[in-house]
Design a protein around this ligand. Structure first.
Ligand SMILES: Cc1cc2nc3c(=O)[nH]c(=O)nc-3n(C[C@H](O)[C@H](O)[C@H](O)COP(=O)(O)OP(=O)(O)OC[C@H]3O[C@@H](n4cnc5c(N)ncnc54)[C@H](O)[C@@H]3O)c2cc1C
Length: 446
């Protein structure tokens, strides 16, 4: 049954999701004169890039940085007049493997990592360097990341270095991930290094990426004609087709729009469009599985690790430690900040535990690596569960990827699994937001 409330809107375009993709699409549509309604189920805008206040600054619930070749992101900062917020850092990275903590910042570090033999270290280094020179990713589509890495680095290097990383991120699905995914990782990281390949440059915004979200929201709201309406705490439950457009049913009433952009993950879109006839397009929505993520943010009196980013290859409840205050000075926040993060399926018992149980399990893991840290622990600042955190991209995905345009005219999907061959990232969410807005405007049927 349809529910209409006083808040019911009738607009040109309804965008579901106020992550960066939805927000950027709204910017473009507003600039083209469209009336836009943005619905978001969370209280805050920003989606995975959402943040919270901390002292005189802000911090993301989930660690974020950007890369030197994130051109869409950098361009947007200029458009919003906040480019001076972008600062570049040269952080140090570590790798925890077989009970040892290795420095893993430069190619030289790889050469001295005794986890594998010298010839295997050289092959591993060459794998990364060679991948960075590959521009045509199409031939890699046929192969899994596993086969590609075994072929290039050898079985031992695969088992000691790459397999734990793939397992950490993709669990049971590790063997089905496409070689294009790992190639892309090498390419993005390589492009963020200087010519000597020594230092990797990572970017971070003064006061965090939440300031980018706020700048977009401010620009969307700055409108005398009130062409853009943002609604938070409004969860979309279904999208229905009508003769003239769409009805968007939410937990807080029904809205009408001539066109709809679902800036959400493909499985969510699948759920919202249950009653629509999407033909074979619906099969494509089920091709990509998503891994969920749990991210815990903690504060300490003292530094815990010497690194910004420590990849964990051993069996622990988390797969990466990100010590934010080894990137940005501790003085900015008033204490040392550290994230612990893991990827998992929503059927995993850990996902079903309550926050206190998860925190206890993560802390026990951290103390097992850094026993001294327990004495300097202050408190948990945030614990966030993201159901759609990382798409598992299979082989030959270019033939299976759902397009931005769905078979129903005026209905668009713009989610993380549609930026292939790139992997998820703020930069690609921004690009996707622009692309989907362009598709809407090209149609010219508003
Ligand atoms: C652990 C982790 C670390 C990351 N680190 C980095 C990094 O260092 N650098 C980087 O560039 N990128 C990073 N990313 C990726 C980056 O955060 C994402 O690529 C980007 O934020 C995706 O934006 P989006 O708008 O496409 O999706 P989301 O941010 O997922 O936005 C979708 C929005 O839709 C809303 N929504 C969903 N369903 C409904 C519904 N039914 N009704 C209403 N609203 C709904 C959601 O609440 C959400 O706000 C990271 C991601 C994760 C998970």
């Amino acid at each position: 049954m349809l529910r209409y409330t006083e808040k019911t809107m009738d607009v040109d375009v309804c965008i579901i999701g106020q992550g960066l993709t939805g927000l950027v699409a709204a910017l473009k549509l507003k600039a083209a004169g469209r009336s836009v309604l943005l619905l978001e189920k969370d209280k805050m805008s920003g989606g995975l890039a959402g943040d919270m206040p901390l002292g005189n600054t802000r911090i993301e619930h989930i660690y974020h940085h950007c890369f030197a070749n994130d051109f869409s992101l950098i361009e947007l900062l200029y458009t919003l007049d906040i480019e001076d917020r972008l600062q570049w850092y040269e952080p140090k990275n570590g790798l925890f493997s077989n009970g040892h903590l290795y420095s893993f910042t430069t190619p030289l570090d790889l050469l001295s990592c005794r986890s594998i033999s010298l010839p295997d270290r050289i092959r591993t280094g060459l794998t990364v360097l060679q991948a960075k020179r590959v521009n045509d990713w199409k031939p890699l589509e046929h192969e899994t990341a596993r086969d590609y890495l075994v072929r290039r680095s050898g079985k031992t290097a695969y088992e000691r270095i790459w397999q734990p990383l793939l397992l950490a991120k993709f669990g049971d699905d590790a063997d089905s991930v496409s070689a294009v995914w790992i190639w892309n990782k090498f390419k993005v990281r390589g492009a963020s290094r200087d010519k000597s390949q020594r230092a990797e440059k990572l970017g971070y915004l003064k006061d965090g990426f939440g300031t980018l979200v706020s700048a977009i929201v401010e620009k969307l709201k700055a409108d005398d004609e009130k062409r853009v309406t943002l609604m938070n705490n409004v969860e979309v439950e279904a999208i229905e087709k009508t003769k003239t457009g769409f009805e968007i049913q939410t937990n807080d009433g029904t809205h009408k729009a001539k066109q709809v952009i679902a800036a959400v993950a493909a499985p969510m879109f699948n759920h919202l469009t249950k009653t629509l006839d999407l033909g074979t397009y619906r099969d494509l929505l089920n091709v990509t599985k998503y891994k969920a993520n749990i991210c815990l943010l903690l504060s300490f009196d003292r530094q815990v690790t010497p690194y910004y980013w420590t990849t964990i290859c051993d069996d622990l409840p988390f797969v990466v430690i990100v010590e934010q205050t080894n990137l940005v000075a501790k003085e900015v926040y008033g204490s040392h900040l550290l994230y612990l993060s893991c990827y998992l399926d929503t059927s995993d018992p850990l996902w079903l535990k309550n926050d206190d149980e998860i925190e206890a399990q993560f802390l026990a893991g951290l103390w097992s690596l850094f026993p001294d840290a327990e004495g300097s622990f202050q408190k948990k600042l945030s614990l966030i569960r993201s159901q759609y955190a990382q798409p598992v991209i299979p082989t030959l995905y270019s033939q299976k990827q759902p397009g931005i345009r769905t078979p129903i005219e005026g209905l668009y999907l713009a989610g993380m699994s549609q930026i292939y061959p790139e992997d998820r990232g703020l930069n690609y969410a921004i690009k996707l937001g622009k692309d989907v807005a362009k598709a809407v405007l090209e149609k010219n049927d508003v």
